[in-house]
Design a protein around this ligand. Structure first.
Ligand code: DX5
Ligand code: ZN
Length: 247
C-alpha cells in the first residue's frame, strides 16, 4: 500500500538522521512491461525515477528518448531524473521538458557552453544538474556549481548497468561534499550513479551522498522490486543510524 510506505518515509524524515533518496534506474528494468515496473518502484517506496538517455556517441550504447520519458511520466508522480549521456543536449531540452522531466542532468565533459545550457534548462522550468565521469576532477565544477541544484557523480564509467563501483569514488563523494560546503552550496544534492547496491550504499551515504541511483540492485536482484528497495534502503541508512545513535 503506497500510503504506508510514504508514511514510513515521512516518519523516517522527521525523527531519523538525514533522509537518503533512492532513484531506481530503469535501464535495468524489463522494458516489455515498463509501466508495471515503474508503478512497482513507486509502490515500493522509491523517491524518484532515474532515466538514462544514451545516443551511441557520448557513450557506446543507445537507449531511450523523450517518447519513453513521456510514457514513464504517465505511469508515476515521482520526480523524473533524466540523465543525458548524449552529444548536443541543448537540441533536446524543450522536448525532455515537454515529456515531463523534473531534473535534466548534463555532463561537464562535452558541453562547452554549459552556462547557457544550464540556463536554458532552468528557463524550461526543469531543475538543472551537472554530471562528472569517474576521472573528471571535482575541481572542474568550480564555475558551474553556482548554477545547479544537483551534482551527479558517475561511480562507474557511463554506458551500461550492472558494473562494479570504482572503489576510489567513496573519497570523491566526500571531497565533493566538502567542496560544496566550502562554497556555500551545501544544499546541492549529490547523486551517485553506478554499482550502487547493498554492499556499497552505506559507504556512499557515509561519504555524503544524498540520492542513490540503482539499476541492477533493484530490477535484477532476484527478489521483488519492493524487497530490493527495502534491502537497499536499510543498507543505505545503516551507517547514518549508527552515527546518529552514537552522537
Ligand atoms: C550508466 C547509467 C546508470 C546505470 C546504473 O551509464 O548512468 O544509471 O543504469 O546501473 P547499475 O545500478 O546497475 O550500476
Ligand atoms: Zn544514469
Amino acid at each position: 500500500m503506497p500510503g504506508l510506505t510514504l508514511l514510513c518515509n515521512i516518519a523516517r524524515m522527521s525523527v531519523g538522521p538525514r533522509y537518503v533518496k533512492i532513484a531506481p534506474s530503469i535501464l535495468s528494468a524489463d522494458f516489455s512491461r515498463l509501466g508495471e515496473q515503474v508503478e512497482a518502484v513507486e509502490e515500493g517506496g522509491a523517491d524518484a525515477i532515474h532515466l538514462d538517455v544514451m545516443d551511441g556517441h557520448f557513450v557506446p550504447n543507445i537507449t531511450i528518448g523523450p517518447l519513453v520519458v513521456e510514457a514513464v511520466r504517465r505511469r508515476t508522480s515521482l520526480p523524473l531524473h533524466v540523465h543525458l549521456m548524449i552529444d548536443r543536449p541543448a537540441d533536446y531540452v524543450s522536448r525532455f521538458a515537454a515529456a515531463g522531466a523534473d531534473f535534466l542532468i548534463v555532463h561537464q565533459e562535452n558541453n562547452w557552453t554549459l552556462h547557457r545550457l544550464l540556463a536554458e534548462i532552468g528557463e524550461a522550468n526543469v531543475t538543472p544538474g551537472v554530471a562528472l565521469n569517474p576521472t573528471t576532477s571535482v575541481a572542474m565544477l568550480e564555475e558551474s556549481v553556482p548554477f545547479v541544484e544537483l551534482v551527479l557523480l558517475m561511480t562507474v564509467e557511463p554506458g551500461f548497468g550492472g558494473q562494479q563501483l570504482i572503489p576510489t569514488m567513496y573519497d570523491k563523494v566526500a571531497r565533493l561534499r566538502r567542496f560544496l560546503a566550502e562554497r556555500g552550496r551545501a544544499s546541492v544534492q549529490i547523486e551517485v550513479d553506478g554499482g550502487v547496491n547493498g554492499d556499497t550504499a552505506s559507504g556512499l551515504v557515509a561519504s555524503g551522498a544524498d540520492v542513490l541511483v540503482a539499476g541492477a540492485a533493484v530490477f535484477s536482484a532476484g527478489v521483488t522490486v519492493g524487497e530490493a528497495l527495502v534491502h537497499l534502503r536499510t543498507a543505505a541508512e545503516s551507517s547514518l543510524w549508527r552515527s546518529h545513535l552514537e552522537s
